[in-house]
Design a protein around this ligand. Structure first.
Ligand SMILES: [Zn+2]
Length: 451
């Protein structure tokens, strides 16, 4: 990978972050999207057929696609002529052998963790990886590159799978150290203490586990990735490590949002065009002012051509900090790109309950999270699963001695919260004892497991 190419991407990303806003940003997105749809229409037979009846200049209204459409039509979808079978075979073999640089025809193959067995495969070219590396350095380090080079930067990151990409982008002054998520905690702590990272990147569940062992490290920056960062965990981590916890919201489908130096999660408006589709819900009769509008992001990647992502509906729900206009009140950091208030995770984890009329009411994981955590300050950890509609099983870890009081207050709090949605006959079970979670599995505290 060429250092020069990374630097070019770095400068481009820095310049756009400083200079693009308002009408200029909208025009930038529009021109990039037009160029992309024109090219993709010529090179991907899947999109060509999909768009047969549509005006490509009106790209914002093109039909949407999703992971299923992409995987079902993999061969026609990508523009590199790679078949799904060969991509999956190489990626799975690499995962089994813990060789993290699977390549096919000069492209890197990645797997995305799937819902109920639906795995996604992704193809990324050399140039696309390089551009990603430069962009992420520009947006996530919150320090001029010159300063990083001068003082040295040691970046420790915990991921499910390594990609030799990270290790290749390092040089003497900016070093990346990869930790497998399966590294036993004691070993991880001792390696971290030797390394003394300046930046620590990991899923929130792992950061919390690390905090418990009180490692003697003082990173200047912590970045949460790969899992939903719940507000109570963010607070715990910030108090424990004494720094703001930033986030990178990235799917294999694209780089969607990165926290700025003020801790606000800005959409990467120059990398992907994000359209936010309001979730269609029946009005909640007694909604509290806490209830924020929720959206599903539909993303159009403005740069990547190997596996084009155009009007791709993600399986996430997010909340915005403001009204959703491209130009909003500027953040204290000086940038006016839209900011997310919360990433709530997967749409599939939206729970189903029945109201008094027998109609199905969707309830979001965040509603359950709030109801559980507000019930009692002695709750240390929780997990909630729905296996059957209208039922919910909640497991708690609480301070010793207050078990039955905590169970009763969680029961009551859930009843009250669901009652606001007109749900009065849900079957709730609250017990003590959290199932052990594998370290290499993405943590989701609220899960819907209905078949
Ligand atoms: Zn900001």
């Amino acid at each position: 990978m060429s250092r020069l190419e990374i630097l070019k991407a770095y400068w481009g990303a820095t310049r756009r972050w400083r200079n693009l806003s308002g009408a200029a940003l909208e025009e930038f997105q529009h021109q990039k999207a037009l160029e992309m749809t024109r090219w993709v229409g010529e090179h991907s037979s899947f999109y060509r057929d999909l768009w047969a009846e549509h005006d490509l200049t009106d790209w914002r209204s093109l039909p949407t696609v999703d992971k299923r459409a992409m995987m079902d039509n993999f061969n026609a979808f990508n523009t590199a002529g790679i078949s799904k079978d060969s991509a999956l075979e190489i990626a799975l073999k690499a995962e089994r052998e813990r060789d993290f640089a699977p390549q096919i025809g000069g492209l890197t193959v990645g797997l995305s963790s799937g819902t109920s067995g639906h795995r996604g495969a992704f193809l990324v070219s050399q140039l696309e990886s390089t551009a990603w590396a430069g962009t992420i350095l520009a947006r996530a380090l919150h320090r001029p590159l010159l300063e990083s080079l001068l003082h040295g930067e040691r970046i420790a990151f915990f991921l499910r799978a390594n990609s030799n990409l990270y290790e290749r982008i390092g040089n003497g002054r900016v070093r990346f150290s990869y930790f497998d998520l399966m590294t036993p905690p004691l070993e991880a702590v001792s390696r971290l203490e030797t390394l003394q990272p300046t930046v620590l990147v990991a899923p929130p569940s792992l950061l919390l586990a690390l905090l418990k062992s009180k490692p003697r490290i003082a990173p200047r920056q912590i970045i949460a990735v790969a899992e939903t960062l719940e507000p109570q965990d963010k607070t715990r981590l910030e108090e424990g490590f004494g720094v703001i916890v930033a986030q990178i919201y990235q799917a294999t489908e694209g780089l969607i949002a990165v926290s700025c130096r003020c801790g606000h999660l800005h959409l990467m408006e120059d990398i992907v065009a994000v359209q936010l589709e309001p979730l269609q819900l029946e009005p909640v009769p007694q909604a509290s002012p806490l209830e924020q509008p929720r959206f599903t992001p539909i993303i159009t990647d403005l740069w990547r051509r190997t596996q084009p992502i155009i009007r791709y509906r993600l399986n996430d729900t997010v909340q915005l900090l403001e009204t959703g206009q491209l130009e909003s009140t500027p953040c204290p950091c000086g940038n006016s790109w839209r900011r997310l208030a919360a990433i709530e995770g997967r749409m599939d984890d939206t729970l189903e309950f029945l109201d008094l009329t027998g109609a199905v009411r969707p309830v979001y994981p965040d509603t359950i999270r709030r109801a559980v955590l507000l019930a009692s300050p002695s709750i240390l950890e929780y997990a909630a699963q729905q296996l059957i509609p209208n039922e919910l099983s909640v497991q708690l870890e609480v301070a010793p001695g207050v078990e039955s009081a905590a169970i009763a207050s969680v029961q009551q709090s859930l009843k009250n919260e669901l009652g606001r949605y007109g749900i009065r006959a849900a079957r709730l079970s609250v017990t003590i004892g959290i199932p052990v979670q594998m370290l290499n599995v993405k943590r989701r505290r609220v899960t819907r497991l209905i078949r």
